[in-house]
Design a protein around this ligand. Structure first.
Ligand SMILES: [Fe+2]
Ligand SMILES: [Fe+2]
Length: 191
């Protein structure tokens, strides 16, 4: 099969109806796609993988099933090993090696994209003008977006050999163009 982000979107939306989950997929796609450009990697494969990483979460909402029981569905549809293995590797509980740049990047973007999204939801201008400094401040408040694993955010930046500031700035910049799709307000709305 030809791996495209549009094909991945079809698979994702066949299994996922929740707006929050679709927005999470789009946010992670934007972040991972931004890094594909930055690293000169295959953007379609990277974007498809990001869109698919939680595709089965609605049908498999527990860690005894997600994402491992989604993998056979992806294989059945003809997704290549690179995509399926990368999807599997995002899950901490499967303890798979993150031995490719795509696996590292997916892991590094998953929790951080969610956290930045949460930061944007409480700002009148969404993520427009959101500085790494204020994201880091919120990371230190355990009650804010409590479901986001801080240790995974810090480990992700390290895996990419980036400072946390650089990683945050990259992910904010990648998500900014799709603010509206993410349900975030923009500076233009606030004006
Ligand atoms: Fe997941
Ligand atoms: Fe995720």
């Amino acid at each position: 099969m030809e791996v495209t982000r549009d094909r991945a979107w079809q698979t994702l939306t066949a299994y996922t109806k929740s707006e929050a989950l679709l927005r999470h997929a789009l946010a992670v796609e934007a972040a991972v796609g931004g890094y594909a450009q930055r690293f000169g990697e295959d953007e379609e494969i990277w974007r498809a993988t990001a869109l698919l990483h939680d595709f089965d979460y609605e049908i498999h909402p527990t860690l005894d099933k997600h994402p491992q029981d989604g993998a056979p569905i992806l294989r059945e549809e003809g997704w290549p090993d690179e995509v399926v293995e990368s999807v599997l590797s995002h899950a901490e509980h499967l303890e798979m090696p993150r031995d490719t740049q795509l696996k590292k990047t997916l892991f590094a973007c998953d929790e951080l994209a969610g956290f930045i999204h949460a930061c944007g939801l409480v700002r009148p201008t969404g993520i427009d003008g959101l500085e790494p400094k204020s994201v880091k401040k919120k990371l230190k408040q355990p009650s804010f977006a409590a479901g986001v694993h801080r240790d995974e955010v810090y480990a992700g930046a390290e895996l990419l050999d980036l400072t946390l500031d650089e990683h945050i700035a990259n992910v904010v910049a990648a998500m900014q163009p799709i603010s509206t799709e993410l349900g975030l307000r923009t500076a233009a709305d606030a004006a």
